[in-house]
Design a protein around this ligand. Structure first.
Ligand code: PEP
Ligand code: MN
Length: 339
């Protein structure tokens, strides 16, 4: 159930409703929008009797939630969530650009790429320190050493750091060095990991699983939010289909589909979504044109030497060109995206 407070409800009235929810043994999730506060309830197995709330001071109405998710929906929060990361944001008016190598390979490599990313005006730097590789013999990332390099990049360039955690001890480490925790496609249904990042103070970038439906993806976001972390960014990164001309099939229809049901920001990953250098820029343009709040793009100063995902990495020049093009598209797309 969802409790909608009156526009003039006081903090005390909101707190009183939260207390009743907790007395019933459930969890209350107050979401304050520009015009009113709504309170989502989780932890209940069956329907809750609305009469417990309807007559409490400040309550406007109670709404039964029939969808499988409660906290990700526009019913709870009709305005878009803006995820704030320091002075940067995802979901606001500015197109968020997250760029960097697939993996942090060395200090020299990471700094060379960060220089390009900074120059482009992007606010976020990506790079894996823990890599989920198909083969156990492939490069697995530098681990904590990679995180230290990322932290140095933040200090040097003021870029916000996005990096993946593969497991719960990895989250402890990522929290120490980074700004946004990435949950990769392969971990999208690692429910204990989702709960762990749900208890983090850092925002979470949640990639869509390789074969996840929209509902499964949104329910993964719901796992995170149900633990109290509402700073979640969804990322469409392509799904597995029978197509052989790309590494994955980038499902750009997911962007308007998410928009219709959820207030969470959603970004596009044209790198993993295609797997091929020459397709990254065209699909990035398309992603922005369908209303994505941002892009996450892999860039490498020497793609043919990359230890992972070299085939999809953009060169610095290609990346700079991409940024110029997608910014121009975003300028003319903003009114459509918010309508
Ligand atoms: C990555 O961002 O490098 C990555 C491994 O992504 P995904 O989880 O989408 O495959
Ligand atoms: Mn990669």
């Amino acid at each position: 159930m969802l409790i909608v407070m009156k526009a003039d409800a006081t903090d005390g009235q909101i707190e009183a409703v939260v207390r009743v929810v907790e007395e019933l043994g459930f969890r209350a999730h107050p979401m304050t929008g520009p015009s009113r506060t709504s309170i989502g309830i989780t932890g209940n197995q069956g329907a809750i009797d609305p009469s417990r709330f309807e007559n409490l001071p400040g309550v406007s109405e109670t709404i039964r939630v029939t969808k499988p998710y409660k906290l990700v929906t526009l019913d709870l929060q009709p305005v878009k969530t803006i995820v704030r990361v320091g002075d940067a944001e995802i979901g606001g008016d500015e197109l968020a650009i997250i760029a960097g190598p697939c993996a942090i390979e060395s200090r020299t490599q990471a700094f060379a790429i960060a220089e390009t990313v900074r120059r482009s005006g992007a606010r976020f730097f990506r790079g894996g320190a823990f890599k989920p590789r198909t083969s156990p013999y492939a490069f697995q990332g530098l681990g904590e050493e990679g995180l230290k390099i990322l932290a140095e990049i933040r200090d040097t360039y003021g870029l916000r750091i996005v990096t993946e955690a593969l497991d719960e001890p990895g989250v402890d480490l990522v929290e120490r060095y980074a700004d946004v925790i990435q949950i990769g496609a392969r971990s999208m249904q690692n429910f204990t990991l989702l709960r762990r990042v749900g208890r983090s103070r850092l925002p979470v970038l949640l990639k869509r699983g390789l074969s996840a439906t929209l509902d499964e993806w949104l329910l993964a976001a719901e796992y995170i939010m149900s633990e109290g972390n509402y700073q979640v960014v969804l990322c469409e990164r392509g799904i597995r289909t029978f197509s052989q001309h790309t590494r994955n099939t980038l499902d750009l229809a997911a962007i308007p589909a998410v928009r219709r049901v959820s207030h969470l920001p959603v970004i596009v990953d044209p790198s993993h979504g295609t797997g091929k250098n020459f397709m990254v820029t065209p699909l990035a343009r398309a992603g922005v044109a369908v209303g994505a709040d941002g892009l996450i793009v892999e860039v490498h100063d020497q793609p043919n030497q990359a230890l992972s995902d070299g085939a999809q990495a953009l060169t610095p020049d290609q990346y700079e060109q991409l940024v110029a093009e997608v910014r121009a598209i975003h300028e003319v797309t903003i009114p459509a995206a918010v309508s």
